[in-house]
Design a protein around this ligand. Structure first.
Ligand SMILES: NC(=O)c1ccc[n+]([C@@H]2O[C@H](COP(=O)([O-])OP(=O)(O)OC[C@H]3O[C@@H](n4cnc5c(N)ncnc54)[C@H](O)[C@@H]3O)[C@@H](O)[C@H]2O)c1
Ligand SMILES: O=C(O)C(=O)C[C@@H](O)[C@H](O)[C@H](O)COP(=O)(O)O
Ligand SMILES: [Zn+2]
Length: 364
């Protein structure tokens, strides 16, 4: 078992990474001063696989479990779904120390976290991430949100969990497409913060795609450590935290413009990272060979690197102009300057962005 600590003063917490953790969920929760009624939020897929195990673990430790299933899919990460959870929490009289436990991927985690942050102005929140993406990224760092129909994560908060339990065993039931989507965010960490980790990923990609236990544990822990370091430095994204948004300026635009149903989040980020690398190369900030190295790793992971031809450039630019990183209307990108280091660049010339979007469409 590995533990990564995230040090945020009164909001500090531990991320536990290992095998067999789900069965110990109740024991972990007993360490806190929670009241016995737990709102366990999941979806039908994860609920049918792991709902019983989570419920039993909580009940054996003396908790009473209210299980809520939200529909499957990114398009349900919405205020409408959140409202249904508020109704349940109110009807079943959850109090200020009743924990909300998110059992699922990033959709369940972001939504349940948003409900936990806002119900009674905040109740305790626990993350039990069940996708690779959620274990390496969304369960850590306290960004919780729902989507606006036109903008990704537009309604949200910074609200840290009290505990993260990343049980690696549950990843065995993931669809391979979800493993690949999770790897996109893992690759992101290499590019933004650690060139050696990136090189290790190049060496170990096939073992990760096969979910080999050793490399998997190492990749999850390394990713969480990098994210913890960035979040500790800038919890509410006043500046540096935006590096975690590498690939997301275009990625989020692609998700929103396709109604949140075409791309997995990791796939949209993969296209966004490839475009950002090409843009950095076009601006002379990154050697072409480094951009090619990144594009090549993304491709090897079975992820897309090109834009769909049917999305108009104007719509993409308009959506990117509404990105949360934008200040005073200036298009903002996180651009690599080498593998392992990125810069936050404002005022990227629109013609350069347009050129790269065209290039991304033409690659086939
Ligand atoms: N808060 C953050 O910092 C942050 C970071 C990255 C991504 N996100 C958000 O996370 C979301 C994407 O998360 P995701 O990629 O986990 O997608 P997801 O939550 O939709 O899960 C992907 C799929 O895997 C299924 N699933 C989950 N666990 C499973 C398991 N163990 N076995 C079998 N199937 C399982 C789900 O039912 C779903 O079909 C997006 O909304 C994105 O914006 C948030
Ligand atoms: O934790 C962060 O900070 C991130 O940017 C991580 C991203 O992978 C994640 O997709 C996040 O939800 C995006 O944040 P947003 O502020 O652009 O909505
Ligand atoms: Zn992301």
């Amino acid at each position: 078992m590995q533990e990564v600590h995230i040090d945020l003063g009164a909001r500090s917490y531990a991320i536990h990474i290992g095998s067999g953790l789900l069965a110990r969920l109740g024991n972990y929760l007993k360490e806190f001063r929670f009241t016995p009624r737990v709102l366990l939020v999941t979806n039908p897929v994860v609920g049918s696989l792991y709902g019983e195990a989570a419920t039993a673990a909580l009940e054996n430790a003396g908790f009473e479990v209210l299980r809520a299933e939200i529909p499957e899919g990114e398009e349900y990460k919405s205020l409408v779904t959140a409202e249904k959870l508020y109704d349940l929490a109110y009807t079943r009289e959850l109090d200020r120390r009743s924990p909300v436990v998110a059992l699922g991927g990033g959709v369940v985690g972001d939504l349940a976290g948003f409900v936990a942050a806002t119900y009674l102005r905040g109740v305790p929140f626990v993350q039990v991430p069940t996708t690779l993406l959620a274990q390496v990224d969304s369960s850590v760092g306290g960004k919780v949100a729902v989507n606006h129909p036109r903008g990704k994560n537009i309604i949200g908060a910074f609200y840290q969990p009290r505990l993260v339990l990343a049980d690696l065993d549950v990843l065995k039931t993931l669809d391979p497409r979800e493993v690949r989507a999770g790897l996109a965010e893992v690759i992101k960490y290499g590019v933004i913060a650690d060139g050696d980790f990136f090189a290790w990923l190049e060496e170990n990609l096939e073992r990760l795609l096969a979910l080999e236990a050793g490399p998997l544990a190492r990749a999850v822990a390394a990713s969480c450590r990098i994210k913890a370091r960035v979040v500790q430095e800038d919890e509410t994204e006043q500046g540096r935290r935006a590096i975690l948004n590498f690939g997301h300026t275009l990625g989020h635009a692609l998700e929103a413009l396709t109604g949140y149903t075409t791309y997995r989040h990791g796939e949209a980020v993969a296209i966004g990272m490839a475009a950002a690398a090409r843009l950095a190369a076009a601006l002379g900030m990154l050697p072409e060979s480094s951009a090619a190295r990144l594009v090549n790793l993304i491709r090897r992971a079975g992820l897309p690197v090109d834009m769909p031809p049917e999305l108009p450039t104007g719509d993409l630019l308009a959506s990117m102009r509404r990105d949360k990183k934008v200040l005073a209307g200036r298009l903002t990108f996180v651009l690599p300057v080498e593998i392992g280091r990125v810069e936050i660049v404002r005022d990227v010339p629109e013609e350069a962005v347009e050129r790269v979007l065209r290039l991304c469409r033409n690659q086939g």
